[in-house]
Ligand binder design. Structure first.
Ligand code: MLT
Length: 440
Protein backbone atom coordinates (compact mmCIF):
# COMPACT_ATOMS: atom_id res chain seq x y z
CA UNK A 1 0.00 0.00 0.00
CA UNK A 2 1.23 3.51 -0.76
CA UNK A 3 2.49 5.42 2.20
CA UNK A 4 4.34 8.74 2.05
CA UNK A 5 6.86 7.26 4.47
CA UNK A 6 7.75 4.59 1.97
CA UNK A 7 9.34 7.23 -0.32
CA UNK A 8 13.10 6.87 -0.59
CA UNK A 9 14.93 9.64 1.29
CA UNK A 10 17.20 10.30 -1.74
CA UNK A 11 14.22 10.82 -4.04
CA UNK A 12 12.64 13.22 -1.57
CA UNK A 13 15.86 15.21 -1.46
CA UNK A 14 15.97 15.56 -5.23
CA UNK A 15 12.36 16.68 -5.42
CA UNK A 16 12.69 19.17 -2.61
CA UNK A 17 15.26 21.20 -4.52
CA UNK A 18 13.82 24.55 -5.50
CA UNK A 19 12.24 24.58 -8.98
CA UNK A 20 13.26 27.38 -11.30
CA UNK A 21 10.40 29.12 -13.02
CA UNK A 22 11.47 31.61 -15.67
CA UNK A 23 13.07 34.27 -13.45
CA UNK A 24 11.42 33.14 -10.26
CA UNK A 25 12.69 30.57 -7.85
CA UNK A 26 10.01 28.69 -5.93
CA UNK A 27 11.56 28.28 -2.52
CA UNK A 28 9.13 25.98 -0.79
CA UNK A 29 7.23 22.90 -1.78
CA UNK A 30 7.90 19.81 -3.79
CA UNK A 31 8.44 19.70 -7.56
CA UNK A 32 6.28 17.02 -9.12
CA UNK A 33 7.18 15.50 -12.47
CA UNK A 34 4.11 17.06 -14.08
CA UNK A 35 4.94 19.78 -16.59
CA UNK A 36 3.00 23.01 -16.32
CA UNK A 37 0.18 23.36 -18.84
CA UNK A 38 1.82 25.34 -21.66
CA UNK A 39 -1.39 27.28 -22.19
CA UNK A 40 -1.39 28.46 -18.57
CA UNK A 41 2.20 29.58 -19.13
CA UNK A 42 1.04 31.80 -21.97
CA UNK A 43 -1.28 33.86 -19.75
CA UNK A 44 0.27 37.27 -19.18
CA UNK A 45 -1.11 38.28 -15.82
CA UNK A 46 -3.75 37.38 -13.27
CA UNK A 47 -7.42 37.60 -14.20
CA UNK A 48 -8.47 41.26 -14.43
CA UNK A 49 -10.95 41.53 -11.54
CA UNK A 50 -8.82 39.90 -8.81
CA UNK A 51 -5.95 42.13 -10.01
CA UNK A 52 -8.14 45.18 -9.42
CA UNK A 53 -9.06 43.85 -5.98
CA UNK A 54 -5.37 43.51 -5.21
CA UNK A 55 -4.88 47.21 -6.00
CA UNK A 56 -7.85 48.05 -3.81
CA UNK A 57 -6.40 46.15 -0.85
CA UNK A 58 -3.02 47.89 -1.24
CA UNK A 59 -4.83 51.23 -1.33
CA UNK A 60 -6.85 50.44 1.79
CA UNK A 61 -3.68 49.48 3.60
CA UNK A 62 -2.10 52.78 2.58
CA UNK A 63 -5.19 54.85 3.51
CA UNK A 64 -6.97 52.86 6.25
CA UNK A 65 -9.38 55.72 6.99
CA UNK A 66 -10.34 56.47 3.40
CA UNK A 67 -13.92 55.84 2.32
CA UNK A 68 -13.12 53.84 -0.80
CA UNK A 69 -15.97 53.61 -3.32
CA UNK A 70 -15.84 50.49 -5.43
CA UNK A 71 -17.18 51.07 -8.94
CA UNK A 72 -14.86 48.47 -10.40
CA UNK A 73 -16.21 44.96 -10.89
CA UNK A 74 -19.85 44.96 -11.95
CA UNK A 75 -21.17 43.53 -8.72
CA UNK A 76 -24.78 44.19 -7.79
CA UNK A 77 -25.46 45.88 -4.43
CA UNK A 78 -29.26 46.13 -4.03
CA UNK A 79 -31.04 43.54 -1.84
CA UNK A 80 -32.95 40.85 -3.68
CA UNK A 81 -36.74 41.28 -3.97
CA UNK A 82 -38.65 39.46 -1.21
CA UNK A 83 -40.62 37.42 -3.72
CA UNK A 84 -37.32 35.90 -4.87
CA UNK A 85 -35.78 35.29 -1.45
CA UNK A 86 -39.02 33.91 0.03
CA UNK A 87 -39.26 31.32 -2.72
CA UNK A 88 -35.69 30.24 -1.95
CA UNK A 89 -36.47 30.19 1.79
CA UNK A 90 -39.56 28.02 1.20
CA UNK A 91 -37.53 25.68 -0.94
CA UNK A 92 -34.75 25.44 1.67
CA UNK A 93 -37.30 24.76 4.48
CA UNK A 94 -38.75 21.99 2.32
CA UNK A 95 -35.33 20.36 2.14
CA UNK A 96 -35.71 19.55 5.84
CA UNK A 97 -38.94 17.68 5.21
CA UNK A 98 -39.52 14.22 3.77
CA UNK A 99 -41.83 15.58 1.05
CA UNK A 100 -39.66 18.57 0.13
CA UNK A 101 -36.24 16.93 0.15
CA UNK A 102 -34.51 16.81 -3.22
CA UNK A 103 -31.13 15.46 -4.21
CA UNK A 104 -29.57 15.68 -7.66
CA UNK A 105 -31.68 17.43 -10.23
CA UNK A 106 -31.42 17.20 -14.01
CA UNK A 107 -27.97 18.41 -15.19
CA UNK A 108 -29.69 20.60 -17.78
CA UNK A 109 -31.83 22.34 -15.14
CA UNK A 110 -35.33 21.95 -13.70
CA UNK A 111 -37.98 21.55 -16.39
CA UNK A 112 -40.09 24.41 -15.02
CA UNK A 113 -37.17 26.83 -15.15
CA UNK A 114 -36.08 25.77 -18.65
CA UNK A 115 -39.64 26.31 -19.76
CA UNK A 116 -39.91 29.71 -18.04
CA UNK A 117 -36.64 30.89 -19.65
CA UNK A 118 -37.74 29.68 -23.09
CA UNK A 119 -41.18 31.25 -22.86
CA UNK A 120 -40.58 34.44 -20.85
CA UNK A 121 -37.07 35.55 -21.78
CA UNK A 122 -37.41 34.40 -25.39
CA UNK A 123 -41.08 35.25 -25.78
CA UNK A 124 -42.18 34.71 -29.41
CA UNK A 125 -38.74 33.53 -30.48
CA UNK A 126 -39.63 29.82 -30.62
CA UNK A 127 -36.88 28.70 -28.28
CA UNK A 128 -37.69 25.20 -27.01
CA UNK A 129 -37.16 24.36 -23.32
CA UNK A 130 -35.00 21.45 -24.50
CA UNK A 131 -32.60 23.97 -26.07
CA UNK A 132 -32.10 25.78 -22.73
CA UNK A 133 -29.35 24.59 -20.36
CA UNK A 134 -29.51 26.12 -16.89
CA UNK A 135 -26.10 26.82 -15.39
CA UNK A 136 -24.25 28.44 -12.52
CA UNK A 137 -23.47 31.54 -14.59
CA UNK A 138 -22.48 32.77 -18.03
CA UNK A 139 -18.77 32.86 -17.24
CA UNK A 140 -18.76 29.17 -16.26
CA UNK A 141 -20.65 28.34 -19.45
CA UNK A 142 -18.08 30.20 -21.53
CA UNK A 143 -15.44 27.79 -20.23
CA UNK A 144 -17.73 24.79 -20.79
CA UNK A 145 -18.28 25.99 -24.36
CA UNK A 146 -14.50 26.17 -24.84
CA UNK A 147 -14.27 22.58 -23.62
CA UNK A 148 -17.06 21.65 -26.03
CA UNK A 149 -15.28 23.17 -29.01
CA UNK A 150 -11.79 21.98 -28.12
CA UNK A 151 -8.43 23.64 -28.88
CA UNK A 152 -6.84 25.14 -31.99
CA UNK A 153 -9.79 26.98 -33.45
CA UNK A 154 -9.57 30.38 -35.04
CA UNK A 155 -11.18 32.79 -32.60
CA UNK A 156 -12.42 36.33 -33.02
CA UNK A 157 -13.34 38.64 -30.15
CA UNK A 158 -14.56 42.20 -29.89
CA UNK A 159 -11.79 44.53 -28.78
CA UNK A 160 -12.42 45.67 -26.06
CA UNK A 161 -14.35 42.79 -24.49
CA UNK A 162 -15.02 40.84 -21.29
CA UNK A 163 -11.62 39.24 -20.50
CA UNK A 164 -12.99 35.72 -19.95
CA UNK A 165 -13.31 35.18 -23.72
CA UNK A 166 -9.60 35.70 -24.40
CA UNK A 167 -8.29 34.13 -21.20
CA UNK A 168 -10.40 30.98 -21.62
CA UNK A 169 -9.31 30.82 -25.28
CA UNK A 170 -5.68 30.91 -24.18
CA UNK A 171 -6.29 28.25 -21.51
CA UNK A 172 -8.03 25.82 -23.87
CA UNK A 173 -5.32 26.28 -26.50
CA UNK A 174 -6.59 28.50 -29.31
CA UNK A 175 -3.94 31.18 -28.85
CA UNK A 176 -0.32 31.47 -29.90
CA UNK A 177 2.17 33.45 -27.91
CA UNK A 178 1.54 36.92 -26.51
CA UNK A 179 3.09 39.70 -28.55
CA UNK A 180 4.10 42.43 -26.12
CA UNK A 181 4.55 45.13 -28.74
CA UNK A 182 0.88 45.03 -29.73
CA UNK A 183 -0.58 43.63 -26.51
CA UNK A 184 -2.28 40.72 -28.34
CA UNK A 185 -2.08 36.95 -28.52
CA UNK A 186 -1.23 35.37 -31.85
CA UNK A 187 -4.05 33.42 -33.59
CA UNK A 188 -6.75 35.50 -31.94
CA UNK A 189 -8.50 38.03 -34.10
CA UNK A 190 -9.13 41.23 -32.14
CA UNK A 191 -12.10 42.91 -33.84
CA UNK A 192 -11.76 46.62 -33.09
CA UNK A 193 -15.07 47.97 -31.79
CA UNK A 194 -14.57 51.65 -31.04
CA UNK A 195 -16.58 54.81 -31.63
CA UNK A 196 -15.09 55.23 -35.12
CA UNK A 197 -17.07 52.16 -36.32
CA UNK A 198 -20.12 52.60 -34.06
CA UNK A 199 -18.66 49.94 -31.71
CA UNK A 200 -19.12 47.26 -34.35
CA UNK A 201 -16.29 45.44 -36.16
CA UNK A 202 -15.46 46.20 -39.75
CA UNK A 203 -16.27 42.66 -40.88
CA UNK A 204 -14.55 43.19 -44.24
CA UNK A 205 -11.23 43.17 -42.44
CA UNK A 206 -11.87 39.98 -40.43
CA UNK A 207 -10.48 36.72 -41.76
CA UNK A 208 -12.86 33.73 -41.47
CA UNK A 209 -13.01 32.92 -37.76
CA UNK A 210 -14.44 29.59 -36.58
CA UNK A 211 -15.72 30.98 -33.27
CA UNK A 212 -16.83 34.56 -32.72
CA UNK A 213 -17.34 35.82 -29.16
CA UNK A 214 -19.77 38.70 -29.25
CA UNK A 215 -21.28 40.48 -26.26
CA UNK A 216 -24.24 42.87 -26.56
CA UNK A 217 -24.72 45.15 -24.74
CA UNK A 218 -20.98 45.06 -24.77
CA UNK A 219 -19.01 44.85 -21.59
CA UNK A 220 -17.14 47.25 -21.17
CA UNK A 221 -18.33 49.85 -23.73
CA UNK A 222 -22.04 49.51 -22.94
CA UNK A 223 -22.90 49.58 -26.66
CA UNK A 224 -25.94 47.51 -27.67
CA UNK A 225 -25.55 46.28 -31.24
CA UNK A 226 -28.34 47.40 -33.55
CA UNK A 227 -30.56 45.00 -35.47
CA UNK A 228 -28.73 45.90 -38.68
CA UNK A 229 -25.33 45.24 -37.09
CA UNK A 230 -26.44 41.88 -35.71
CA UNK A 231 -27.93 40.88 -39.06
CA UNK A 232 -24.52 41.62 -40.62
CA UNK A 233 -22.86 39.49 -37.96
CA UNK A 234 -25.22 36.55 -38.53
CA UNK A 235 -24.80 36.80 -42.31
CA UNK A 236 -21.02 36.95 -41.89
CA UNK A 237 -21.07 33.84 -39.70
CA UNK A 238 -23.24 31.99 -42.18
CA UNK A 239 -21.02 32.83 -45.17
CA UNK A 240 -17.87 31.83 -43.29
CA UNK A 241 -19.29 28.79 -41.49
CA UNK A 242 -18.53 30.36 -38.10
CA UNK A 243 -20.31 29.83 -34.78
CA UNK A 244 -21.17 32.95 -32.75
CA UNK A 245 -21.03 32.66 -28.96
CA UNK A 246 -23.33 35.50 -28.06
CA UNK A 247 -23.28 36.85 -24.50
CA UNK A 248 -26.50 38.65 -23.58
CA UNK A 249 -25.81 38.99 -19.83
CA UNK A 250 -26.78 42.69 -19.90
CA UNK A 251 -29.78 42.49 -22.24
CA UNK A 252 -32.25 43.46 -19.49
CA UNK A 253 -30.60 46.90 -19.48
CA UNK A 254 -31.45 47.69 -23.11
CA UNK A 255 -33.73 50.72 -23.20
CA UNK A 256 -33.96 51.33 -26.95
CA UNK A 257 -35.17 48.85 -29.56
CA UNK A 258 -31.85 47.03 -30.00
CA UNK A 259 -32.32 43.25 -29.99
CA UNK A 260 -32.15 41.60 -26.57
CA UNK A 261 -31.23 38.26 -28.05
CA UNK A 262 -29.31 37.12 -31.12
CA UNK A 263 -32.30 34.87 -31.85
CA UNK A 264 -34.31 37.97 -32.83
CA UNK A 265 -32.17 37.95 -35.98
CA UNK A 266 -33.31 35.78 -38.91
CA UNK A 267 -30.84 32.95 -39.51
CA UNK A 268 -29.29 33.12 -36.02
CA UNK A 269 -30.56 29.67 -35.03
CA UNK A 270 -28.19 28.16 -37.58
CA UNK A 271 -25.09 30.01 -36.43
CA UNK A 272 -25.36 31.07 -32.78
CA UNK A 273 -25.27 29.89 -29.19
CA UNK A 274 -26.45 32.38 -26.55
CA UNK A 275 -25.12 32.53 -22.97
CA UNK A 276 -26.84 34.63 -20.38
CA UNK A 277 -27.23 35.15 -16.68
CA UNK A 278 -29.43 36.07 -13.74
CA UNK A 279 -26.44 37.91 -12.18
CA UNK A 280 -27.01 41.37 -13.55
CA UNK A 281 -30.65 40.90 -14.51
CA UNK A 282 -31.75 39.87 -11.01
CA UNK A 283 -28.84 40.57 -8.63
CA UNK A 284 -27.72 36.91 -8.56
CA UNK A 285 -23.95 37.60 -8.65
CA UNK A 286 -23.65 35.70 -5.37
CA UNK A 287 -26.60 33.31 -5.76
CA UNK A 288 -25.20 32.05 -9.13
CA UNK A 289 -27.54 31.17 -11.98
CA UNK A 290 -27.34 31.46 -15.75
CA UNK A 291 -28.25 29.63 -18.90
CA UNK A 292 -27.13 28.77 -22.40
CA UNK A 293 -29.33 28.25 -25.44
CA UNK A 294 -28.10 25.86 -28.12
CA UNK A 295 -30.53 25.70 -31.06
CA UNK A 296 -31.29 22.37 -32.71
CA UNK A 297 -30.36 23.73 -36.15
CA UNK A 298 -26.74 24.45 -35.17
CA UNK A 299 -24.54 21.70 -36.63
CA UNK A 300 -20.85 20.89 -36.83
CA UNK A 301 -19.16 20.64 -40.22
CA UNK A 302 -19.99 16.90 -40.27
CA UNK A 303 -23.68 17.56 -39.68
CA UNK A 304 -23.71 16.47 -36.03
CA UNK A 305 -25.90 18.65 -33.75
CA UNK A 306 -23.91 20.89 -31.38
CA UNK A 307 -26.77 20.55 -28.86
CA UNK A 308 -26.07 16.82 -28.38
CA UNK A 309 -22.42 17.44 -27.58
CA UNK A 310 -23.22 20.32 -25.25
CA UNK A 311 -25.62 18.04 -23.42
CA UNK A 312 -22.77 15.51 -23.11
CA UNK A 313 -20.42 18.19 -21.73
CA UNK A 314 -23.02 19.40 -19.22
CA UNK A 315 -23.72 15.84 -18.02
CA UNK A 316 -20.01 15.07 -17.70
CA UNK A 317 -18.66 18.32 -16.29
CA UNK A 318 -21.55 19.78 -14.35
CA UNK A 319 -24.10 18.35 -11.97
CA UNK A 320 -26.67 21.06 -12.54
CA UNK A 321 -27.17 24.46 -10.93
CA UNK A 322 -28.06 24.63 -7.24
CA UNK A 323 -31.72 23.73 -6.77
CA UNK A 324 -32.02 26.67 -4.35
CA UNK A 325 -30.80 29.14 -6.97
CA UNK A 326 -33.17 27.61 -9.49
CA UNK A 327 -36.10 28.16 -7.11
CA UNK A 328 -35.06 31.81 -6.93
CA UNK A 329 -34.67 32.02 -10.71
CA UNK A 330 -38.15 30.66 -11.25
CA UNK A 331 -39.55 33.30 -8.88
CA UNK A 332 -37.73 36.03 -10.86
CA UNK A 333 -39.63 34.93 -13.96
CA UNK A 334 -43.11 35.06 -12.36
CA UNK A 335 -45.11 38.21 -13.29
CA UNK A 336 -44.47 39.72 -9.84
CA UNK A 337 -40.81 38.67 -9.92
CA UNK A 338 -40.27 40.24 -13.35
CA UNK A 339 -41.68 43.56 -12.07
CA UNK A 340 -39.47 43.39 -8.99
CA UNK A 341 -36.26 42.68 -10.91
CA UNK A 342 -37.13 45.41 -13.42
CA UNK A 343 -37.09 47.90 -10.55
CA UNK A 344 -33.51 46.81 -9.73
CA UNK A 345 -32.54 47.34 -13.36
CA UNK A 346 -34.17 50.81 -13.34
CA UNK A 347 -32.31 51.72 -10.15
CA UNK A 348 -28.92 50.87 -11.64
CA UNK A 349 -29.76 52.68 -14.86
CA UNK A 350 -30.60 55.81 -12.88
CA UNK A 351 -27.15 55.48 -11.29
CA UNK A 352 -25.66 55.26 -14.78
CA UNK A 353 -27.52 58.44 -15.77
CA UNK A 354 -26.10 60.29 -12.74
CA UNK A 355 -22.56 59.21 -13.60
CA UNK A 356 -22.94 60.06 -17.29
CA UNK A 357 -24.29 63.54 -16.45
CA UNK A 358 -21.47 64.24 -14.01
CA UNK A 359 -18.78 63.19 -16.47
CA UNK A 360 -20.25 64.86 -19.54
CA UNK A 361 -20.62 68.09 -17.52
CA UNK A 362 -16.80 68.07 -17.36
CA UNK A 363 -16.59 67.95 -21.14
CA UNK A 364 -15.42 64.34 -21.17
CA UNK A 365 -16.44 61.97 -23.95
CA UNK A 366 -18.63 59.34 -22.35
CA UNK A 367 -20.15 56.20 -23.89
CA UNK A 368 -22.40 53.54 -22.41
CA UNK A 369 -24.83 54.08 -19.57
CA UNK A 370 -27.86 54.05 -21.93
CA UNK A 371 -28.31 50.35 -22.65
CA UNK A 372 -25.95 48.98 -20.01
CA UNK A 373 -24.91 49.76 -16.44
CA UNK A 374 -21.35 50.58 -17.50
CA UNK A 375 -19.99 54.02 -18.28
CA UNK A 376 -17.04 54.11 -20.66
CA UNK A 377 -15.01 57.29 -20.37
CA UNK A 378 -12.33 58.47 -22.74
CA UNK A 379 -9.11 60.10 -21.56
CA UNK A 380 -7.33 60.97 -24.80
CA UNK A 381 -3.57 60.69 -24.67
CA UNK A 382 -3.57 58.98 -21.26
CA UNK A 383 -2.83 55.39 -20.32
CA UNK A 384 -5.79 53.60 -18.75
CA UNK A 385 -3.76 52.28 -15.83
CA UNK A 386 -2.47 55.81 -15.08
CA UNK A 387 -6.01 57.19 -15.05
CA UNK A 388 -7.14 54.30 -12.84
CA UNK A 389 -4.25 54.95 -10.43
CA UNK A 390 -4.85 58.72 -10.41
CA UNK A 391 -8.55 58.34 -9.61
CA UNK A 392 -7.81 55.78 -6.90
CA UNK A 393 -5.04 57.82 -5.30
CA UNK A 394 -6.84 61.16 -5.37
CA UNK A 395 -10.54 60.29 -5.14
CA UNK A 396 -10.44 56.84 -3.50
CA UNK A 397 -12.63 55.41 -6.26
CA UNK A 398 -12.05 52.02 -7.84
CA UNK A 399 -12.71 51.93 -11.58
CA UNK A 400 -11.43 49.50 -14.23
CA UNK A 401 -8.67 50.50 -16.66
CA UNK A 402 -10.01 50.08 -20.20
CA UNK A 403 -6.88 48.33 -21.43
CA UNK A 404 -7.74 45.45 -19.07
CA UNK A 405 -10.43 44.60 -21.65
CA UNK A 406 -7.95 44.48 -24.53
CA UNK A 407 -5.73 46.91 -26.41
CA UNK A 408 -8.81 48.59 -27.90
CA UNK A 409 -9.67 49.83 -24.39
CA UNK A 410 -6.47 51.83 -23.97
CA UNK A 411 -7.18 55.46 -23.06
CA UNK A 412 -10.52 54.61 -21.41
CA UNK A 413 -11.76 53.66 -17.99
CA UNK A 414 -14.96 51.75 -17.16
CA UNK A 415 -17.13 52.85 -14.25
CA UNK A 416 -19.76 50.48 -12.91
CA UNK A 417 -23.21 51.84 -12.05
CA UNK A 418 -24.01 48.88 -9.77
CA UNK A 419 -23.32 50.87 -6.56
CA UNK A 420 -25.74 52.14 -3.96
CA UNK A 421 -27.20 55.54 -4.87
CA UNK A 422 -25.40 57.52 -2.14
CA UNK A 423 -22.03 56.07 -3.26
CA UNK A 424 -22.79 56.95 -6.87
CA UNK A 425 -23.64 60.54 -5.94
CA UNK A 426 -20.56 60.82 -3.73
CA UNK A 427 -18.36 59.32 -6.47
CA UNK A 428 -19.79 61.75 -9.04
CA UNK A 429 -18.97 64.70 -6.78
CA UNK A 430 -15.45 63.44 -6.12
CA UNK A 431 -14.84 62.88 -9.83
CA UNK A 432 -16.13 66.33 -10.68
CA UNK A 433 -13.85 67.86 -8.07
CA UNK A 434 -10.83 65.84 -9.08
CA UNK A 435 -11.18 66.13 -12.83
CA UNK A 436 -12.35 69.75 -12.91
CA UNK A 437 -10.30 71.35 -10.13
CA UNK A 438 -7.15 69.40 -10.52
CA UNK A 439 -7.26 67.78 -13.96
CA UNK A 440 -5.65 64.41 -14.28
C1 MLT B 1 -17.55 42.78 -14.88
O1 MLT B 1 -17.31 43.57 -13.97
O2 MLT B 1 -17.18 42.98 -16.03
C2 MLT B 1 -18.28 41.55 -14.62
O3 MLT B 1 -19.33 41.82 -13.83
C3 MLT B 1 -17.47 40.53 -13.96
C4 MLT B 1 -18.12 39.21 -14.10
O4 MLT B 1 -19.26 39.09 -14.54
O5 MLT B 1 -17.46 38.25 -13.79
Amino acid sequence: MFSPNSLQPRMMLVNRFSCTLKNQSVKIGHCSKVPRNVNMEKLQHGYLFPEIERHELIHIKKYPNANVIDLGIGDTTKPLPTIVTSSMVDFVRGLSTAEGYKGYGPEQGEKALRKAIAHKIYKNLDIKPSEVFVSDGAQCDISRLQLLMGPNLKIAVQDPSFPAYIDSSVIIGHAGKFVDRIGKYENIEYMTCGPQTDFFPDLHTISRPQLIFFCSPNNPTGHAATRKQLQQLVDFAKVNGSIIIYDSAYSAYITDNSPKSIFEIPGAREVAIEVSSFSKFAGFTGVRLGWTVVPEELLYSNGFPVLHDFNRIVCTCFNGASSISQAGGLACLSPEGLNAVQSLVDYYMENARILVNALTSLGLTVYGGKNAPYVWVRFPGSKSWDVFAGILENAHIITIPGSGFGPGGEGYIRISAFGQRDSIIEASERLKYLLYQEGL
